[in-house]
Write a protein that binds this ligand. Structure first.
Ligand SMILES: Cc1cc2nc3c(=O)[nH]c(=O)nc-3n(C[C@H](O)[C@H](O)[C@H](O)COP(=O)(O)OP(=O)(O)OC[C@H]3O[C@@H](n4cnc5c(N)ncnc54)[C@H](O)[C@@H]3O)c2cc1C
Length: 491
């Protein structure tokens, strides 16, 4: 049973689901509106996903790309933040039910902005996830960091034992979109530059980095010219680009790809990265079932042109969850959609006419290949190489949340791009194996804590017992000192 949380006041109450680009920008946009805002998200941070690959490859720390939402919103008086995974949205009752470690709460709303984003998609092969983590969360990035650096460590040990270590020094990135390209480029730089002097039994420069994609081009959304340029730049870096190759199986020791001709090939590789496809939050399906809005194969919900749900003008859906006019799943769609929804809610309360349909302004897209090399597509302009890389640097610096994160990110970029170091190579065994261990528990982490209410029932007795124990201890300590028994041998 979930407890119902009271509205903060009599004012119009906006509930925002998610603390990503959509959720955070919607909440901030409502700063001066005459509303209370409750942001509910399943993590306590706002995640800057475009730089996850730099956390995975030891360039940035997780804190630099994931500042606490509570801190970001600390001076926004009309906003409160609640930790919780939203399990149910009840459109009729106008409530949102969320849960943390088996403890549920239900929050009523007057307006709702849903920005729960997307998760990794394995195209119906979820069993691949255990052996090829995706790139959607801090957990993913830290697990991958452990796996990447761990593979070099295992190779060093294997080489000392006289074993074949080729599979340990083969890294496969699945998906040649921006994330896959950036990841493959960085693993190659790690092997060829950063780690080249750190090992004794292996030559890290011999590591193979393979970028696999079922499509026939790298970076399809960037067009064929930038795609070819990027492929050439990756190959110059030593990355093997394998196109037209669909992954049909993944296991602990490697993966199998199938080409159009029907030929299959097995690649032995301990460390695989999955950067191939996303599936919208399951909340989209739930909203579709209740409102009758269509939901596409990627789980994205068809919204009205003004981003509201059919039949529910009080509910907006923004960002990666929506299917509207072929809008791409990029940060700007989420940010601009969130601002549109927030302005619409504010306007309605002020009695202003509706702003009409959501209009997306495409600010362009960019991807890095390696240090000093990137591609950028802005309007009709196509940039490659150093100029695009400087542009990438400036844009990402601008959008990283928080001044101190910007300063430390710049310092870490100096270390990695001008030097050959990586400031964040720390990885632990738990980062690699904790997720898999948790998944073997029936209810995940909830199995590791007491059930709700457990302590309330025993709290009074426990407090009494503890008080008696503390009093007895204090009495004994004092008596030993007063009677001069300290340091006296008791014979
Ligand atoms: C590795 C990577 C690299 C990318 N690079 C770029 C890039 O270079 N440029 C670009 O424009 N875009 C990039 N993107 C895409 C961009 O990050 C997304 O389009 C954007 O984050 C979408 O914003 P959103 O608010 O819809 O979702 P998200 O930012 O994903 O936020 C979703 C939020 O909802 C929360 N949530 C999810 N489910 C629940 C639930 N049930 N209950 C409560 N909270 C929930 C999540 O914890 C999160 O806070 C990248 C994405 C990835 C994964």
């Amino acid at each position: 049973m979930a407890d119902v949380v009271a509205k903060p006041s009599d004012r119009h109450h906006v509930v925002v689901i998610g603390s990503g680009f959509g959720g955070l920008f919607a909440t901030k946009q409502l700063k001066n509106a005459d509303v209370d805002v409750t942001m509910i998200a399943k993590t306590t941070h706002h995640l800057f996903q475009p730089l996850l690959y730099q956390v995975a490859t030891g360039i940035l720390s997780e804190g630099e790309i994931a500042p606490p939402t509570r801190e970001i919103l600390s001076s926004q008086k009309n906003a409160r933040v609640l930790l919780g995974e939203v399990t149910t949205v009840d459109l009729e009752a106008r409530t949102v039910t969320s849960e943390v470690l088996g403890r549920g709460i239900t929050t009523p709303y007057d307006s709702l902005i849903v920005a729960a984003g997307a998760r990794q998609s394995y195209f119906g092969n979820d069993q691949f996830a255990e052996f090829a983590p995706g790139m959607k969360s801090i957990d993913d990035a830290l697990e991958l960091r452990g796996r990447i650096f761990g593979a070099f460590e295992m190779a060093e040990l294997g080489a000392l034992r006289g074993e074949d270590v080729d599979h340990l020094l083969t890294f496969v990135v699945v998906g040649a979109g921006p994330t896959g390209v950036e990841m493959a480029g960085q693993i190659a730089e790690l092997a060829k530059r950063t780690l080249k002097k750190d090992f004794r039994a292996i030559n890290t420069k011999r590591a193979r980095v393979i970028l696999v994609d079922a499509a026939n081009q790298v970076l399809p959304p960037f067009g064929s010219r930038l795609g070819h340029w990027s492929q050439k730049a990756l190959e110059d870096l030593g990355v093997e680009v394998m196109l037209g190759a669909m992954v049909t199986d993944v296991d602990e020791r490697g993966l199998v790809v199938k080409f159009k001709s029907g030929r299959t090939e097995r690649i032995d590789s301990l460390c695989k990265v999955w950067a191939a496809g996303v599936q919208a939050s399951p909340l989209g399906k739930q909203l579709g079932e209740q409102s009758g809005a269509p939901v596409d194969r990627a789980g994205r919900i068809g919204v009205n042109p003004d981003l509201t749900l059919p039949g529910h003008p009080e509910v907006f859906v923004v960002g990666d969850m929506i299917s509207l006019n072929n809008l791409p799943g990029v940060a700007q769609v989420a940010i601009q959609g969130a601002k549109h929804a927030a302005k619409e809610i504010d306007g309605r309360l002020k009695g202003k006419p509706s702003g009409g349909p959501f209009k997306y302004f495409d600010k362009g897209s960019m991807a890095t290949i390696s240090r000093f090399r990137a591609v950028a597509s802005v309007g009709k302009v196509r940039l490659t190489g150093f100029v695009a890389w400087v542009m990438w640097l400036a844009v990402h610096l601008f959008y990283i949340t928080g001044f101190k994160n910007r300063v430390t990110a710049v310092m870490h970029w100096f270390v990695s791009f001008l030097g050959r170091g990586r400031s964040e190579r720390t990885a632990t065994e738990q980062q690699i194996f904790a997720r898999s261990a948790l998944s073997r528990l029936d209810r995940g982490a909830a199995d590791l804590v007491s059930p709700p209410g457990y302590y309330d029932s025993i709290a009074e007795q426990a407090e009494q017992d503890q008080r008696e124990r503390l009093e007895q201890n204090a009495e004994q300590e004092s008596r030993l000192t007063d009677s001069g028994q300290r340091g006296v041998s008791v014979g």
